[in-house]
Design a protein around this ligand. Structure first.
Ligand code: FMN
Length: 301
């Protein structure tokens, strides 16, 4: 069988497949079907310094091309996650990436300070798609200068490797990736959801504005992974519309070291274990001894 363990920031993950932040609750919810130890790494829901209530309903909307969510980053806060859930991941020997966010730069810094290094923590994943209160709601991830500043400042308060998760809602994502790299980020997660809205024609209302994910995001995310992985020499985790093993392979071939699966789990909760199994089969059938051999293979064209 092809080898699928992956070295990431000095830690060995048993495979390169993770859940996307916010799409597997706090990890325990999937237990009746399969366990978090199946994952290469578990990615937490976005956590903040204090618990956050999120947005009013409706929060999820099914679209023809994917799904719109407006959860609004509801979460129990860093302190409670580490007290109530982290011991479960320790017991299961499952590596964790901690996704976090803030509404001000100080909150981002505060989050990074609160999360203490642990051999089970692979990285912090900084969600740069949040509104910046000081700049009148312009997201932190939209301008190269803001990204540079926030990454640089967060890096000074943590020894844990730092991933910047970028929004596609920018003029040029490569420019943002380069700014994050120059500020010292250790890796990138590409991409977050795409801003979207729904109109209810019968009621003549807009029932939900939120982030679009699923199949419609895939080609946007693939392009970001392909171009950013050529531009910066740091690991990239690809996410957006991965529904099956072929999609996962496309991201690895485009230059991603690992992939995350979100919306697909809502359609079929077994998508992640299936992708892991079929990735092994693909490597075998195609005589690849190691998953490393297909990462970025499209760059050789
Ligand atoms: C219900 C839901 C909640 C999400 N919550 C977060 C979050 O807390 N932090 C974050 O960085 N991304 C969050 N995301 C974005 C996903 O992690 C992922 O980047 C996006 O959905 C694209 O992947 P997909 O098409 O496989 O779902 C969320 C997505 C969904 C659908």
């Amino acid at each position: 069988m092809g080898n699928i363990p992956l070295e990431l920031f000095g830690k060995t993950l048993k495979n390169p497949v993770m859940n996307a932040s916010g799409t597997l609750g706090y990890g325990k919810e999937i237990e009746p079907l399969w366990g978090v130890e199946t994952l290469g790494c578990y990615v937490t829901k976005g956590l903040s310094m204090k618990p956050h209530h999120g947005n009013p309903l409706p929060r999820i909307w099914e679209e023809k091309c994917g799904m719109i969510n407006s959860i609004g980053l509801q979460n129990i806060g860093i302190e409670r996650f580490f007290r109530e859930y982290f011991p479960f991941f320790k017991r299961k020997k499952t590596p964790v990436i901690v996704n976090f966010f803030g509404f001000t730069e100080d909150e981002y810094i505060g989050c990074a300070e609160m999360i203490k290094p642990d051999k089970q923590i692979v990285a912090l994943e900084m969600n740069l798609s949040c509104p910046n209160i000081k700049k009148g709601g312009i997201g932190f991830g939209k301008e190269a200068e803001t990204v540079y500043e926030i990454v640089k400042n967060v890096k000074t308060v943590t020894k844990i490797p730092l991933l910047a998760k970028l929004t596609p809602e920018v003029k040029n994502i490569v420019e943002i990736a380069v700014a994050a790299f120059e500020a010292g980020v250790d890796g990138l997660t590409l991409i977050n959801t795409i801003p979207a809205a729904v109109v209810d024609v019968n009621k003549r209302t807009v029932p939900i504005k939120g982030g679009l994910s699923g199949p419609i995001a895939r080609s946007v995310a693939l392009r970001a992974v392909y171009e950013c992985s050529k531009a910066v020499p740091i690991p990239i985790i690809g996410v957006g519309g991965i529904m099956d093993v072929r999609d996962a392979l496309a991201f690895l071939m485009a230059g991603a070291q690992a992939v995350q699966v979100g919306t697909a789990t809502f359609l079929d909760p077994y998508t992640i274990p299936k992708i892991i199994m079929e990735l092994r089969e693909y490597l075998d059938v195609n005589n690849y001894a190691d998953v490393k051999n297909i990462i970025g293979i499209t760059h050789d064209q």
